[in-house]
Design a protein around this ligand. Structure first.
Ligand code: FAD
Length: 161
């Protein structure tokens, strides 16, 4: 596979990709990143990834993120991000360190996708499940009451002929 083909693959990948230096200053973003965040590469290259932060993610999450990637491991998690237009979205992220021949970290590779709709659907499903269970729970006593009444009627008729 040629280098050009690899570059085109990354550029057209259906997931938002960014490559940063070791301080998370952005060096490259692909098309999906531009489309999702609303920033053009000219606007965002040279800026820090923290530009996407919605300031609602707990500090401990970022600490864990940095501890993980600086130890050479991949960090997977969910952050609340903000687009250029100010709209917040739930980002499912994978951040991986890029190592040189001497196993030193030279860059970080970030990949993320918007899971807001998926999350909302999951919440709605959970809500529906709770609702269905509540309805069933409420229906259960009247069902057993109805069964008890029928049994009682049948027994009386049978007994009295
Ligand atoms: P800060 O005060 O800058 O950082 C919060 C805490 O993170 C600090 O207290 C410290 O413990 C730790 N920290 C921050 N920078 C460093 C560092 N250089 N070295 C060691 N520890 C550090 N953040 C998002 O919110 N959304 C994203 O989509 C996102 N994508 C990223 C992609 C990549 C490839 C990388 C490397 C980072 C990404 N980050 C992302 C993390 C981002 O760089 C910031 O750390 C984060 O947004 C918090 O920034 P802040 O200014 O709010 O807080």
């Amino acid at each position: 596979m040629s280098l050009q083909a690899i570059l085109e693959t990354v550029e057209q990948a259906p997931v938002a990709i960014s490559i940063t230096d070791i301080r998370a200053n952005i060096l490259y973003v692909n098309l999906a990143f531009e489309n999702l965040t609303g920033y053009t590469r000219d606007e965002i290259c040279g800026k820090n990834e923290s530009l996407l932060s919605c300031n609602t993610t707990p500090l401990e999450v970022y600490r864990d993120l940095w501890r993980t990637i600086q130890s050479g491991k991949v960090w997977r998690g969910t952050l609340v991000n903000r687009t250029k237009a100010g709209q917040s979205y739930l980002a499912e992220l994978n951040i991986a360190p890029v190592l040189d021949a001497g196993r030193r970290i030279t860059n970080f590779l970030g990949m993320h996708r918007d899971i807001s709709t998926l999350h909302q659907l999951e919440q709605e499903l959970k809500h529906q499940k709770v609702l269905s269970e509540t309805i069933l729970d409420l229906a259960r006593p009247s069902w057993s009451c109805w069964t008890a009444n029928i049994t009682c009627c049948l027994t009386t008729r049978l007994t009295n002929g």
